[in-house]
Design a protein around this ligand. Structure first.
Ligand SMILES: [Zn+2]
Length: 249
């Protein structure tokens, strides 16, 4: 079976890297949904929203963990950036607020979470490393989420430590990133050594999953006829193919 890759798809999919060097190219094609009915204005990409909801239900945390900020349009990000400049100054803003066009929130794949309280800070919500928040952190990779901005990766991500910001990348990428202590930048780079003939293999109790990189210059790849696969752009220079083989177990 031939799979056609179109150049534009480099900028789409759960694995796109969006940062100061790689802006989000918005074609407004995201399909958005709310995470819980309690917060109808906080939206995420549909699949990310439903998986986040599943985590909150599993942890019985629908009332204790608050989705503070999910999808933002370019305009909303611009307003947040300029308001933060006025209120918090340049140093703070550069640390915690991405430039308009360069925010993961514009993709619909990012979410800021807070421990529920009377006073929730919109830019830096409290999401501590204990209790229910830490329980969330622990199981988030099983549902495709990673904590995106760690102190140890600040020199790579150019964003300060954000305990509250989670990014949907999809399973099993989230588990691999977490296990190897990668930033998303490092993971995107790491995958470039894996090709359709030499894929990265991930196994869990149900699946054998193969992951590989395809350069931008390729327009067609040849996959097995019954392959169950996902194509995501990396928003840099190619595609990441994830292929499930579910008769493995
Ligand atoms: Zn955020």
């Amino acid at each position: 079976m031939q799979v056609n890759l179109s150049a534009y798809d480099i900028h789409k999919g759960p694995l796109i890297l969006v940062n100061g060097a790689h802006p989000f190219i918005d074609d407004h094609s995201q399909s958005l949904d709310h995470i819980t009915q309690h917060y109808p204005d906080v939206l995420m990409e549909r699949q990310a929203a439903s998986l986040l909801q599943l985590i909150l239900i599993r942890l019985n945390a629908v009332n204790s963990i608050v989705p503070v900020s999910g999808y933002r349009s370019f305009y909303e990000q611009s307003v947040i950036y300029s308001d933060s400049l006025k209120e918090n100054g340049l140093d703070f803003t550069l640390k915690f607020v991405a430039l308009p066009g360069c925010s993961e929130h514009q993709t619909g794949l990012a979410i800021d979470l807070a421990l529920n309280s009377d006073h929730i800070d919109f830019i830096c919500p409290d999401f501590p490393y204990n209790g229910i928040c830490q329980a969330f952190r622990k199981i988030a990779p099983d549902y495709g989420f990673i904590q995106r901005y760690l102190t140890s990766k600040q020199s790579i991500t150019k964003i300060a430590h954000e305990p509250w910001h989670f990014r949907y990348v999809g399973y099993p990428h989230s588990v691999i990133i977490n296990k190897n202590d990668f930033s998303l930048e490092e993971y995107i780079d790491y995958l470039k050594q894996y090709s359709i003939d030499h894929p990265l293999t991930f196994t869990d109790s149900h699946n054998k999953i193969e992951i590989f990189y395809v350069a931008q210059s390729e327009q067609v790849i040849e996959m097995m006829d019954d392959a169950l696969y996902q194509v995501s752009g990396n928003n840099v220079d190619g595609y990441i193919i994830t292929q499930w083989n579910d008769d493995y177990a």
